[in-house]
Design a protein around this ligand. Structure first.
Ligand code: PEP
Length: 251
């Protein structure tokens, strides 16, 4: 089974337009045949990033989207708006959205459904808190987050989904999960997909790891059987770190 690796940089609420342009100008020439490279700038930088990266090997993706098509939702961005500027992929369910913006499984499942119905690809994030892992509930938490969000999808729609396993305690802490923890959770996730959608879809779905991936641990993590790349926060804000991580995924 050969699944093409993905390295996606989540810039979060960082980068003015000038800072964004500077980093994109460094990234522009990077293209690795064996890796899909994506960056998720803030909404204010999306359009510009897309213009700068036309004909590059890098896809510009969004960090969030609303589930409604249009209307009185001040401050929100729709699937149609994203598509109209050339965005084809969106991150949904990041733990920071769950934690600081109270995005529940119900809200997230509506977002996922809206995205795939409008032909957007989704990087769907799931992950347990430290207390949930310490009390031994991490598999149940992951199972619930996954099934609650993907329950309504059919066998065609699920093909628009990439899953990102991001243990919350590893995000932005410099403390990555260890290889055993990562591989066993990725295997568990693939098995859940197998049960619901069958072997072929489970074999092909990409499962990324996120949580303090850095140049010094990326190669090891990406070499694990069920890891198909990474969702990168902090290290995606720096050209040389992000480039090293992309190279690590290139094999
Ligand atoms: C993230 O926010 O998705 C993430 C993985 O962050 P970091 O790489 O900084 O841990």
């Amino acid at each position: 089974m050969s699944r093409k690796k993905i390295v996606a940089g989540n810039w979060k609420m960082n980068m003015t337009i000038d800072e964004s342009n500077d980093l994109i100008n460094e990234l522009k020439e990077v293209s690795e045949n064996n890796v899909e490279i994506k960056i998720a700038p803030s909404f204010t930088n999306l359009y510009n990033a897309i213009s700068l990266l036309t004909n590059s090997g890098i896809e510009v993706i969004a960090q969030n989207v609303h589930s409604e098509k249009r209307g009185a939702y001040t401050g929100e961005i729709s699937t149609e708006m994203l598509k109209s500027i050339g965005v084809n992929t969106v991150i949904i369910g990041h733990s920071e959205r769950r934690k600081y913006f109270n995005e529940t499984d119900t809200i997230l499942s509506k977002k996922v459904k809206a995205a795939v119905e409008n032909s957007l690809n989704v990087i769907f994030c799931i992950g347990e808190e430290l207390s949930e892992r310490e009390s031994g509930n991490h598999f149940d938490i992951i199972k619930n987050q996954l099934t609650n969000a993907l329950i309504d999808l059919n066998n065609i729609e699920i093909k628009n989904i990439v899953i990102a396993y991001e243990p919350v305690w590893a995000i932005g802490t410099g403390m990555s999960a260890n290889n055993h923890q990562i591989q066993e959770m990725h295997e568990f996730i693939r098995e859940l997909i197998n049960k619901k959608f069958g072997n072929d879809i489970a074999d092909n779905i990409r499962i990324l790891y996120g949580g303090s991936v850095k140049p010094n641990n990326a190669k090891e993590i990406f070499s694990l059987n069920d890891v198909d790349g990474g969702l990168i926060g902090g290290a995606s804000l720096n050209f040389s770190d992000f480039h090293s991580i992309i190279n690590a995924a290139n094999g």
